[in-house]
Design a protein around this ligand. Structure first.
Ligand code: ADP
Ligand code: ASP
Ligand code: MG
Length: 425
């Protein structure tokens, strides 16, 4: 069995859905679980609906109508008007209407998951219907029937034991009659509420299926030829890396390479399942293979993590920063689920670079500011260069103020602030 994941860009419009169909034609008859994301930027659009609904701006209905008509326009390009997919998708979208009719009484995160998840339910229904129309038998699977999570809405944690037994009980049987098409990014609680696994979580969903079903390989189909030496949206002259070890891949994604969700690699490595990163625009291309094979040489790889905050925590009376202080600081960071990307200490201060999540950071500061002097600088960028050399590192600093720099054996990191470069006329 194989697991394929098609991201939002691969199903952004009717032509893209047709392209996915063309790719899958070449795999006809093979046992493949297909994990699909919401179409294009639909998750962002659904987020706007939740925000409008929760903050009662009065725009939720109209924002949602636009999402609805966009999906219907795509379906009209793909299907005859009598096709049953119209009623099926309409019923799914009606669930959002029901929510919007009531006052928002539940927590934001809970409402978010119930509404935003609809993007994946709809895209997977459209893709399954399209494959069947093409003569590629495909069964639609509600992922909540197999991925069980806790109720940490928007960041749900998977119950691996239950998930594995549910998948093994259901999927091998289902896949006998063709492809299985399901949703990325989503799980369900034991009380049958919908959860999400964190933004960009569809790669992770595919890894959960791959691991629990001991797949022979997993492939993610993206709008890039494979893993590149940097994000092509930000840098010129990037090149594709043909092979990466799990170790390299997990380091890259940990530091924020947006091409694969950071939670994806561990489960695959644990079962030694190879991961192919392939282009849906050039499906015959080799892509990048991530596996347990080590390479002797890697080119410098640049990863940029935007929206960072640098927090300097100092003692107020000139006493040393001691282990007991660090333990107190880290306990609080863990409680607030703040990810620390870099740290450094001096005699009387301790600095951390963290993801800039305003609500969590203000709780962090208000809890500690009686005891310590705290200075927060944001928004900043954290730039990580794996296998660095000066030719790669120095140009990255141009026009920026470097607030923090650290080099260890394979990795250099700088925290920078945009500052206009003063140059002679
Ligand atoms: P998906 O459609 O599966 O959600 P994403 O948009 O999440 O795909 O990931 C693909 C994008 O990741 C690319 O369009 C590219 O801009 C970005 N990206 C960031 N870093 C890299 C990298 N090192 N190599 C390739 N793509 C990268
Ligand atoms: N649709 C979700 C998102 O955009 C999940 C994913 O695409 O991976 O975050
Ligand atoms: Mg993505």
């Amino acid at each position: 069995m194989k697991v394929f994941k098609f991201g939002g860009a691969s199903v952004k419009d009717a032509a893209s859905v047709k392209n996915v169909g063309q790719i899958l034609k070449t795999y006809k008859g093979q046992p493949i679980v297909i994990v699909v994301s919401a179409m294009g930027k639909m998750t962002n659009a659904f987020e706007k609906v939740v925000e409008a609904y929760y903050h009662k701006t009065g725009e939720a209905e109209s924002l949602f109508e636009k999402i609805k008509s966009d999906h219907f326009a795509i379906m009209h390009e793909l299907f005859d008007r009598n096709h049953e997919v119209f009623a099926d998708v309409n019923d799914t979208l009606t669930e959002v209407h029901w929510i919007l009719e009531d006052m928002p009484e539940e927590s934001f995160d809970y409402l978010y998951d119930q509404i935003v998840s609809i993007g994946e339910f709809v895209s997977s229904k459209i893709l399954a219907a399209w494959l069947n129309q093409l003569g590629l038998p495909a069964t639609w699977l509600d992922v909540r029937d197999v991925i069980l999570t806790d109720n940490t809405y928007r960041e749900a944690r998977v119950d691996w034991n239950v998930t594995e037994s549910k998948m093994q009980a259901l999927v091998p049987q289902m896949i006998k009659s063709g492809f299985v098409v399901t949703q990325g990014f989503i799980g369900g609680t034991s009380e049958n509420f919908t959860t999400t696994l964190g933004r960009e979580g569809s790669d992770y969903t595919a890894a959960i299926f791959s691991t629990c079903l001991s797949a022979e390989s997993m492939s993610v189909w993206k709008d890039v030829p494979g893993i590149l030496t940097a994000d092509p949206r930000l840098f010129k002259n990037v090149v594709k890396i043909d092979r990466l070890s799990y170790r390299e891949a997990i380091e890259m994604t940990y530091y924020g390479a947006k091409v694969i969700h950071p939670k994806t690699i561990k489960p695959l490595q644990n079962k030694n399942i190879p991961l192919h990163v392939k282009s849906f625009e050039n499906p015959d291309g080799e892509g990048t293979l991530i596996s347990d094979q080590f390479e002797n040489y890697y080119p410098p790889v640049v990863v940029v993590e935007k929206n960072q905050a640098l927090i300097q925590i100092s003692t107020t009376d000139f006493s040393f920063i001691a282990e007991s202080h660090l333990s107190q600081i880290f306990t609080l960071l863990a409680e607030l689920r703040v990810k620390v990307n870099m740290m450094q200490n001096s005699a009387i201060s301790f600095s951390i670079c963290v993801d800039n999540k305003p609500e969590r950071l203000s709780k962090f500061v208000s809890t500690l500011d009686q005891e310590f002097k705290i200075v927060v600088d944001q928004p900043l960028e954290l730039i990580t260069v794996r296998h660095y050399n000066n030719e790669t590192l120095n140009p990255l600093k141009k026009g920026k103020m470097v607030l923090f720099e650290e080099k260890i054996r394979d990795t250099a990191q700088i925290v920078v602030k945009e500052t206009p470069l003063i140059e002679p006329k």
